[in-house]
Design a protein around this ligand. Structure first.
Ligand code: TXA
Ligand code: MG
Length: 347
């Protein structure tokens, strides 16, 4: 299949281009599109055959449910059994935006979307290209991240091309995504609301609205069995091994330097995932800077791109600095830990 790639300026959207994409969605094809979090791989969420193509293109396990993306709040009522009061509050506050909410599903949601569960995940993105595409398609768009299963989520169109070229009908290139990490997932289908995946909308911010809010223990501990089906699979993985170091920043740098020297003496190519504050202390290895510890968004928006860069450079091992958990720090550490397969050393 030839994959058509169309550049879209999000500040000046050419309606004709989005119409082309929407027609592809309506006729059961796959279109990758930017959201504020990561690029999504979209299909008509009410068309089982179209949704099957998503699983095929990604190589995704069939028990891993998909998020339905909507552009209009009225669509929500058709897709869910009911919207609890707390859900209405969250929607007022955070939609459109990087928050996915899990509800009890209505019968029109195909089983293939929910992975056999009786719930459905819904999100209204804020990226204008995504909103326009959903709007013109006239259906809820099922969209996982547009990467091959297990690989880092795409934050640029070039990442989507890397993973999906020749497998899907179209890629809308809307530039780099803003947040760089997938949406926060909150489950409202159970007695006590629980965060299943951390994202830009943090636990602290959500707890102000839901005092009893819980968090899945798996978020920062790979040994705990996750509640969300997707979280049990290896994610965001670089091709090489990855090890994280946590502790005081001076100790982290000291240990990464020692390890780097040791690996290099064994003939290995070492990648160091550093921050703006620590970059200057490293004098060996391939040093890539995520961003500043003072600006978590600079780190989140670069994380997956950086992991892919280490792949391109064919490093044998990546040594990464842990960062603090405040605000988006938790979401960043959750992705880093998954990328490292849980390998973290306290120094
Ligand atoms: O930011 C995002 O959410 C991106 C963009 C494209 O919108 N999408 C995304 O989709 O990250 P995906 O499929 O890569 O991740 C969805 C996560 C998975 O961990 C999945 O298991 C979980 O949400 N999920 C979906 N439906 C669920 C459900 N009914 N119950 C529990 N977890 C669910
Ligand atoms: Mg994903």
């Amino acid at each position: 299949m030839k994959t058509q790639i169309i550049k879209i300026n999000r500040n000046n959207i050419n309606k004709k281009d989005i119409e082309l994409a929407a027609n592809l969605i309506k006729s059961g094809n796959l279109v990758a599109f930017p959201t504020e979090t990561v690029y999504g791989l979209g299909a008509n969420g009410l068309d089982e055959d179209a949704v099957k193509k998503i699983y095929l293109a990604k190589g995704r396990p069939s028990d891993n449910p998909l998020i339905l993306h909507i552009a209009d709040i009225e669509e929500l009522e058709l897709l869910v059994e009911r919207v609890p009061d707390i859900g209405k509050k969250l929607i007022r506050e955070f939609w459109p935006g990087p928050l996915t909410i899990i509800f009890k599903k209505s019968p029109i949601v195909p089983d293939i979307i929910s992975g056999g569960l009786d719930t459905v995940a819904i999100r209204m993105p804020i990226n204008p290209i995504a909103l326009k595409l959903i709007d013109l398609s006239g259906v809820p768009i099922a969209a996982p991240s547009a990467n091959i299963s297990g690989r880092p989520s795409p934050t640029r169109a070039s990442h989507v091309i890397e993973d999906m070229d020749g497998k899907i009908s179209m890629i809308l290139d809307g530039g780099n995504t803003d947040v760089g990490l997938e949406s926060t997932v909150i489950d409202l289908s159970t007695k006590i609301p629980t965060i299943l995946r951390p994202g830009a909308i943090s636990y602290e911010v959500l707890r102000d609205i839901i005092p009893e809010l819980l968090e899945d223990g798996n978020i920062l501990d790979e040994r705990i069995r996750p509640r969300s089906p997707g979280q049990k699979y290896r994610h965001y993985a670089p091709k090489s091994e990855m090890i994280l170091f946590k502790g005081d920043i001076e100790d982290i740098v000291k240990n990464i330097k020692l390890q780097t020297h040791e690996y290099i003496s064994q003939g290995k190519k070492v990648g160091i995932m550093a921050t703006k504050e620590t970059e200057e202390f490293y004098n060996e290895g391939l040093v890539l800077v995520l961003g500043s510890r003072e600006d978590k968004l600079s780190i989140s928006s670069n994380l997956f791109q950086t992991i892919r860069s280490f792949d391109h450079e064919d490093v044998d091992i990546i040594l990464g600095e842990a960062i603090d958990l405040e605000g988006m720090g938790k979401a960043i550490m959750n992705r880093m830990l998954k990328a490292a397969g849980g390998k973290i050393i306290k120094v």
